[in-house]
Design a binder for this molecule. Structure first.
Ligand code: AMP
Ligand code: GLY
Length: 428
């Protein structure tokens, strides 16, 4: 199989590594800047903006790719799948219309409401700032304030947590486009990702991401500082009933998109808040999570290339998809000052990862020397029979990195897990 992978972060390194496990894949890569991990595995790479669709199509044709795997959301929003399919390249990723599940938060909520999909918080869509501001003043409780369009995971403000009422109003005033205001959900977050072929859905192990920059879940939101998953593919604060409900929500969403005439093909990412009343949808993404891809893909014991065929041909119901029963812990190394004022150009060295997998993300490399750029640098993933073992492996490698970088030591620790479990117990 000749396959083009679009994107150059840790997530795409995980996709490329999983594809490279089968001998008969030939991987081509387009990315905005060189990712040394991807370049080492790909047959050829092209540096190009991930939204420069015409150049990507030209490269896909030139390389003879029969398939494409789209990592990030911005090319999906730009309609890359529609254009690749027009030249007969089969894509793992939704069309522009189906990707609105992520790229247009108003569309997502309105669709959930129209099709009576469970787990939709109370929400209102505002295209006019003055109306949104009056609503904030008139409404009694806390709210989540969400720009309608893509914000790189950093656009949401939670009133009652990050901002007060005046802060919420000031934030709405600062936004250019429309906004969704929704009920603030209280609980524990979890991620459910699935392979989807337009109609059939196959879930992957549950993962918990850590959005906040600092230990103890403090500081500003980031793209995600790290994540973990458990050997039974569940999370200890998610009951069987919660899991079944979350999965049913994902299936209803796929069915609803099919009914709108825009069937969903690719990776569907459900971000859930497990509340006292069960799981509610925080958002859907139209792609793998970053870091969550790095937890699930290394556990895949079946062949990702076969799954690509299953997704694109609509035959997932007869495709073998199995994951090893192991725990994973992923820790991202980030530049000092990340996310508010990241410091680029600092040299870093990594020691032999001692059993941890290393995934490159936003890292400079010259003559084998690594340095920071302005986003998450690289990630270590530990895999083991227990969470403790997986955490020990990831921690050992992360702590051995030298340079002006940092990471969250608490990710994947038993202490943090106990806090989550206790939080859920208090709520129920
Ligand atoms: P998003 O960009 O939609 O993933 O949101 C970023 C973060 O904001 C989420 O991971 C949650 O922690 C938080 N968030 C989003 N929506 C809500 C909500 N309705 N209630 C509480 N927290 C939320
Ligand atoms: N880890 C969150 C995201 O990929 O959106």
């Amino acid at each position: 199989m000749k396959i083009l992978v679009v994107g150059g972060g840790g997530r795409e390194h995980a996709i490329v590594r999983a594809l490279a496990c089968s001998n008969d894949t030939e991987i081509f890569s387009v990315m905005a800047k060189q990712n040394p991990g991807i370049s080492a595995l790909a047959r050829d790479t092209r540096l190009c903006r991930e939204t420069d669709i015409s150049r990507i199509i030209a490269y896909a044709l030139e390389s003879g790719a029969e398939y494409a795997f789209i990592g990030p959301e911005s090319p999906l929003e730009a309609g890359i799948v529609d254009q690749l399919e027009a030249v007969n390249i089969n894509c793992v990723g939704p069309t522009q219309a189906a990707a609105r599940i992520e790229t247009d938060k108003a569309f997502c909520r309105d669709m959930m409401e129209l099709y009576n999909i469970d787990g939709c918080p109370k929400y209102r869509v505002f295209h006019n700032r003055a109306d949104a501001i009056s609503f904030i003043y008139d409404h009694g409780g806390d709210l989540a304030i969400k720009p309608i369009g893509l914000t790189g995971g950093k656009g949401v403000r939670i009133m009652g947590e990050q901002v007060d009422q005046e802060g919420a109003v000031a934030y709405v005033k600062s936004l250019a486009g429309g906004v969704v205001l929704e009920e603030r959900l209280i609980g524990e977050e979890f991620t459910l990702q699935a392979f989807v072929d337009g109609n059939h859905l196959i879930p992957m192990p549950l993962v918990q991401d850590h959005k906040r920059a600092f230990e103890g879940d403090t500081g500003p939101n980031t793209g995600g500082m790290g994540s973990y998953s458990m050997p039974d593919h569940m999370l200890p604060f998610v009951s069987d009933a919660d899991y079944k409900k979350a999965l049913a929500i994902m299936k209803s969403t796929v069915a609803a998109l099919e009914r709108t005439g825009h069937p969903y093909k690719g990776i569907l990412y459900g971000q859930f808040m497990n509340t006292a009343g069960g799981p509610k949808v925080i958002e859907f993404n139209a792609r793998f999570g970053d870091p969550e891809a790095m937890n699930v893909l290394p556990l895949l014991s079946s062949n990702l290339a076969d799954i690509v065929i299953g997704i694109t041909e609509g035959s997932l119901s007869v495709t073998d998809v199995t994951f090893e029963q192991k725990a994973t812990v992923c820790k991202y190394i980030v530049p000092s000052g990340y996310p508010d004022s990241p410091h680029p150009g600092d040299p870093i060295t990594i020691k032999s990862p001692e059993g941890a997998l290393v995934y490159y993300a936003n890292v400079g490399e010259q003559q084998g020397r690594l340095s920071t750029l302005t986003s998450r640098t690289l990630a270590f993933v530990g895999i083991g029979p227990t969470l403790e073992e997986a955490e020990r492996i990831a921690e050992k490698s992360a702590s051995a990195v030298t340079g002006r970088v940092r990471y969250r030591r608490d990710i994947g620790t038993r202490a943090l897990l106990e806090q989550r479990i206790n939080h859920m117990r208090e709520l129920r």
